[in-house]
Design a protein around this ligand. Sequence first.
Ligand code: CMP
Length: 147
Amino acid sequence: MAGNITFTMIKPDAVRAGNIGAILKMINDAGFRIVAMELTRMSKAKAEKFYDIHKERPFYGELVDFMTSGPIVAAVLEKANAVEEFRKLIGATNPAQAAEGTIRKLFAASIGENAIHGADSDENALREANFHFATSSMFDKSGNCVG
Ligand code: CMP
């Protein structure tokens, strides 16, 4: 059964452009409930660890530099089938390929600076939520806040 939480970050480009409010409104209007949220700036060490999975990719350094270039909004969102529903709302990684009306189509400039992150699986949603919001696990595997 699909899980009911996902993890997102409004990225530095969208925060710099003043789009936090517009993006959160789209998220709420699409039926997501904000369970946890933090305006923060990632340290280099934290960004490197978060994107460890992309370490061998040519864009890794650029990605870490960009994600630490300014504040982000990290959030845990709740909705039935959250991961898949949220990925539909944000659109394709490359905004040039994102569907009309999606967050990336509206607010992203390029594949590297693409306005928003959405976890790509239930397992990663939990891992990323716990990585960001607690040193120990804050969410159990049903998505309940236990911290
Ligand atoms: P996201 O899916 O949130 O997390 C990984 C990020 O890597 C992705 O968004 C993109 O912003 C970035 N990324 C993926 N592919 C490329 C690429 N070819 N060039 C630059 N950045 C990329």
